[in-house]
Every structure is written in C-alpha cells, then in structure tokens.
Design a binder for this molecule. Structure first.
Ligand code: BGC
Length: 371
C-alpha cells in the first residue's frame, strides 16, 4: 500500500469559454490484492459531481440538483474500499464479459461448447462469479477531453470465467456540462467470442436513502419485451407490451402496475429486457415529481433491462441499512444486448470476431423540471 492514503492529483481542465474550473481529482483508497484502488472525483462547471472507482470501473456517486437547486446523491455506492469490495458486486460497475444471464452457464461457438461459472442458479449472471465487476482496472485521467473524463482499461485473458479469446476492453466516463455521464465502451478480441457490456448503476432520484421509487414516472420507448422462464431466461418470444403491465410507452409510475397479477410480474416486479424502439432520440426517461429530477437514458444498444430492485437478498448490498438499499428503493436501467443471446439465434448477435472493434455509447443525462 502507498504511504500516503490520500494522494490527490488534480487536473485542472481549462474551460475558458465558461470561466469555470471543471476538474478531476484522484485519491488512492488502498490496495486490493496488491493493486491500488482509486477514487476519482469529476466536477463539472456547475460543481456537480460524479465519483468513479477503478474497482469494477464503477460509478459510486452522482450529485445533482433538485428543482430548488439542492444537490444530492442519486446512485447507490460507497467511497470506502472495504464497502466497495464487500458491497453489492454489480452496483455501478461495468459488467462484462456478458451482462445478464446465460442459460445453464453454457453456450456453443463454432461447434465448441463453453462452460461458465454458475453464480445465479442454474445460470451465469453478469459474466460469472469473478466477472469484470470484481477486477481492479487500469485507469487514467483523460487529457484529450475538454470535460472531466476517466478511462478504464482491462485485459481479460483467454478463457477468463470460461469465455474464449483475450479481450482488450476500455470504458471511458465523461461528465460534461449538461450533466451527462457519457459512457464509451470499446473492445477487441484475438479469438471469436461473445460480449455484452452494461453499466449497473442503481438510481433513486429522491436521493439515496430517501424512500422508495414507486412514485418515479418512467417512460420506456420500447414496444416489446422478452418474456422469461422461471429462471429468468428469455423464452425467445418478442412480446408487444401493449395491454400489459410492461407498457411504459405512455409514462406512468413504476408502482402503478408492479403488483398486478401477470405472468413474470406477480412475485418479482420488473426485471425484464425491453426491446428498444429504433430511431428514438431518448430511449428512457425517469421523472421524480417530488424532487423535479429527471434522468434520461440514450443508447445505441438494442435492449434495456428495467430492474425495480426487487429481491430481499439485495438488501445486504452496500453500506449499512440505509433505506436506499431496501428492495424497491432504487431502480436500474441497464442498456444491453438481450439476455442469453449466445443461445438464442433469433436475437441480435453478440459475437465479436478478431479484427472487429466493439464500440458502444450510453448516456445518462440529469436535469430538472420545475412544475
Ligand atoms: C438482474 C437481476 C439481478 C440484479 C443483480 C440485474 O441485472 O436482472 O435479476 O438480481 O442484476 O444486481
């Protein structure tokens, strides 16, 4: 471990046009298996803050104003090494190699069957027990960007968690003056493989620890979703949402139909992949009338997992006992390819070949609506 636990490297990014001083600072929190775990604080021109760590290339804090200008943190996370490592494994992290579930931890590529760790019986979830969420990534403050930005890179060895090919992965988070978190993913492989990347941030627009998210109004520009079997693997059907409790094409609260008796919904709440409509400028919007905060999601990915933070096991997630980590007191909107795509040939392909470059962008944009 480094002698000083607090090494701040401040990069002042000149932004003469605005006369402000957006910045990125870096603090070493300690080491994990011999590698420094760092906390990055990105401050934009209005003084709004995004915090990131290289443990899982993860978002740990987002401070944005409400309709009265009062700032609060809207994502679940921790700034302490121990609770980052021992907390919810997925919260805020960059998930790979394969976000969401792969049925029975198996898939076949060019006639070869690959077996993955089963960490969500009987399936593989979010890249396996030791997926990218549990790795300490290499990180650097990006100097080429006029906004605060941090680039994380990770070299995933051949057969890591059972997946073929050495994958060179990077994710860059940019925090611009429009309160947009721009997430840029890039990956290459030296052998044919499958890849599905997401960010797994949990949000509560009241502010973390300030109650449930039932009253948040959600719009999802998705006319269809992928129904699932009991173990949460898609049946293969692409089902229109019209006339079902899954329809958020017309905005309504998360809580409005969450308790309805409908296949897949009655016990668990929302935990489903939506098939995003094409050519939408904004794919999802969440509005909290109480705080006035709005979050928009923009992505080039074909799917989005809407997870209403359902399970009780999830309660143990981060820190201790704040309301923010109770079931249904946060939600996730995970942009992605469809779950179990390697086993479902009718779904958009997740195959990455040598010589190809996987590139993808997702934006989480925060604003306020004054009613
Ligand atoms: C999945 C949930 C899972 C959660 C864990 C989500 O992406 O869809 O089923 O419990 O991740 O954080």
């Amino acid at each position: 471990m480094k002698k000083s636990t607090f090494i701040a490297v401040a990069l002042m990014i000149c932004c003469m046009a605005f006369g402000q001083n957006p910045s990125v600072t870096k603090e070493v929190l300690g080491d994990h298996n011999g590698t420094d775990v760092c906390l990055y604080t990105l401050t934009n021109k209005d003084g709004n803050v995004l915090k990131l760590t290289n443990y899982g290339a993860r978002i740990v804090r987002i401070d944005v104003p409400d309709k009265n200008g009062i700032k609060d943190n809207v994502t679940i996370g921790s700034e302490k090494l121990e609770s980052i490592v021992k907390g919810d494994p997925f919260g805020g992290a960059c998930i790979g190699r394969f976000a969401n579930r792969i049925a029975n931890g198996k898939f076949t590529l060019d006639g070869v069957e690959y077996s993955l760790p089963i960490n969500n019986r009987p399936n593989t979830l979010h890249g396996g027990s030791n997926g990218w969420f549990s790795k300490v990534w290499t990180s650097e403050i990006s100097k080429s960007c006029k906004y605060p930005a941090v680039k994380f890179t990770y070299l995933s060895p051949d057969m890591e968690e059972g997946f073929p090919g050495t994958v060179k992965m990077s994710v860059t988070y940019t925090w611009n003056d429009k309160n947009e978190i721009i997430i840029d993913y890039a990956a290459t492989t030296d052998k044919k493989t499958v890849i599905n990347i997401t960010n797994h941030a949990y949000f509560n627009l009241h502010g973390v620890g300030k109650g449930y998210v039932f009253d948040h109004i959600l719009t999802l520009k998705a006319s269809a979703y992928t129904p699932i079997h009991a173990t949460q693997i898609p049946t293969g059907e692409i089902r229109p949402v019209k006339g079902t409790p899954f329809d958020f094409t017309v905005p309504h609260t998360i809580g409005y139909k969450i308790g309805e008796k409908y296949e897949n919904l009655e016990f668990k709440g929302y935990d489903h992949n939506y098939v995003l409509d094409k050519n939408e400028k904004v794919n999802a919007t969440v509005y909290d009338p109480e705080s006035g905060r709005v979050m928009e999601v923009i992505t080039d990915q074909p799917g989005l997992q809407f997870f209403s933070g359902n399970s009780a096991m999830w309660k143990k997630s981060v820190e201790t006992g704040t309301k923010g980590v109770n079931p249904r007191s946060s939600f996730a909107l995970e942009t992605q390819h469809f779950p179990d795509s390697p086993n479902q040939t009718a779904f958009p392909t997740t195959i990455l070949n040598p010589g190809e470059k996987f590139k993808s962008r997702t934006i989480y944009r925060f604003s306020v609506k004054k009613n």
